[in-house]
Design a protein around this ligand. Structure first.
Ligand SMILES: Cc1cc2nc3c(=O)[nH]c(=O)nc-3n(C[C@H](O)[C@H](O)[C@H](O)COP(=O)(O)O)c2cc1C
Ligand SMILES: [Fe+2]
Ligand SMILES: [Fe+2]
Length: 398
């Protein structure tokens, strides 16, 4: 059965969703599934924009056959050569022997690394600003290197004013008939996953994202068609503003995020105490997570979301508790910066986690550690330590 939908003049959605996959990229939990989007433009020539992951290739091929309804496929534009979008290229080339692959020099290089077929007779290399005409539609190409792979480009159809944006503006979450963001409760039900998708997968490349946004700002965009998640045709500026906030490492909201690692509960109790005192000082929007319980992709996303972060960890064999250490290293790898943070350590005989957490945080750009060192808890936060936590709450509230 075909599962396609017309989304604009001559333009069809031919992608599909996967609700079975547990971990996207074998690391990010996706309870709401994920979609692999692909688009077809039927003009004098037929143009397919990107393919899909193996897991949904059967549905995708059925969609492509249905939309083409016996026509040949002339072009496959490849905006991104990551296997979640290019796993079906070989099948497309076999099934449509006249189809030519359109991509930049790096695109073609990467395809030849993933596949061993010879593309020399079947490819068309494009550069930034080149135009490919299919008849009524003409497609121009904007290179978007390192958003989040080096070969990434985005394609603009000057007739429909659609920007085919590759992974940019994508999100986790399977599509359920409503393909457009304006058909969904996006802010309520999708924004958290869009943020988690962006920050975990693309977050390291804020500078490159800003460069691409700048180039794209000269285009008159009526619709954004990403490779994952819903299509944008209303309120596009609102979503672009979110991207600008994330890409420039600004906090999205005033608020305090508390992340702790605790074995027996003493560190956890101290963080509950700190949260109450923050509340006394008028702080709102406080969120607290156990780093052993909540997957680090959610924690990383929230570290970028809020303006102030408290990291609290027990000492574990003279080290930071492993879940906390890996979160901090993950933040560093994602260029986490520009935040006010506090550090709390706990231990019973040789406290080391505070010093080591501060070392990692100091190696990041523009991260201010309140008091420039950790607040220490000796086994359990007694009266003296509570006073230090009061002072910490006061400093964070200011
Ligand atoms: C495997 C293991 C290793 C530990 N290593 C240290 C250590 O190197 N230094 C230290 O001061 N405490 C160490 N501790 C003790 C805890 O950090 C300490 O009891 C802490 O106060 C517990 O806080 P919690 O109640 O939040 O888990 C270790 C505990 C465990 C279970
Ligand atoms: Fe990708
Ligand atoms: Fe992708």
């Amino acid at each position: 059965m075909q599962l396609t939908r017309k989304i604009a003049e001559d333009t069809y959605y031919v992608g599909a969703s996967d609700r079975r996959l547990e971990l996207f990229e074998n690391i990010y939990p996706i309870e709401r599934g994920v979609s692999y989007n692909s688009y077809m433009v039927l003009d004098e020539k037929t143009v397919l924009l990107d393919t899909v992951d193996h897991s949904v290739s059967r549905q995708f091929l059925e969609n492509v056959r249905y939309v083409l309804s016996g026509r040949k496929l002339d072009y496959l534009i490849v905006n991104h050569v990551e296997p979640d979008h290019c796993a079906t290229i070989d099948t497309i080339l076999r099934e449509y022997p006249e189809c030519r692959i359109v991509g930049n020099a790096k695109t073609l290089q990467f395809i030849s690394q993933f596949y061993d077929f010879d593309l020399s007779e079947r490819s068309q290399i494009v550069k930034e600003g080149d135009v490919l005409s299919s008849g009524k539609h003409s497609f121009t190409f904007v290179l978007a290197p390192m958003v989040h792979w080096p070969e990434v480009m985005v394609t603009y159809d000057t007739l429909t004013k659609i920007l085919f944006s590759a992974d940019a503006f994508g999100t986790f979450g399977a599509l359920s008939g409503n393909l457009f963001a304006d058909e969904l409760e996006f802010e309520k039900e999708w924004l958290d996953d869009a943020r988690r998708y962006y920050l975990n997968i693309v977050g390291k490349y804020g500078v490159q994202v800003m460069n691409t946004l700048k180039k794209a700002s000269t285009l008159d965009i009526a619709m954004i068609c990403p490779l994952h998640g819903p299509i944008w045709r209303e309120n596009i500026g609102w979503f672009i503003d979110k991207y600008k906030t994330w890409a420039s490492y600004e906090a999205e909201e005033d608020g305090v995020l508390i992340v702790y690692s605790s074995i027996y509960g003493n560190t956890e109790q101290a963080m509950n105490y700190l949260a109450l005192r923050l509340s006394d000082f008028g702080v709102r929007n406080i969120h607290m997570y156990d780093a052993s319980k909540t997957d680090s992709s959610y924690l990383l996303s929230d570290c970028f979301r809020y303006s102030k972060i408290v990291f609290a960890s027990v000492t574990y064999n003279l080290e930071i508790f492993p879940k906390m250490e890996s979160l901090l290293l993950d933040l560093k790898a994602h260029a986490f910066q520009n935040r006010k943070v506090a550090v709390v350590e706990c231990g019973t005989w040789a406290l080391m986690s505070g010093k080591k957490m501060c070392e990692i945080l100091r190696s990041m750009k523009s991260v201010e550690i309140v008091g420039d060192k950790a607040v220490s808890i000796l086994s359990n936060a007694g009266e003296e330590t509570q006073k230090e936590l009061d002072a910490l709450a006061d400093a964070l509230a200011k």
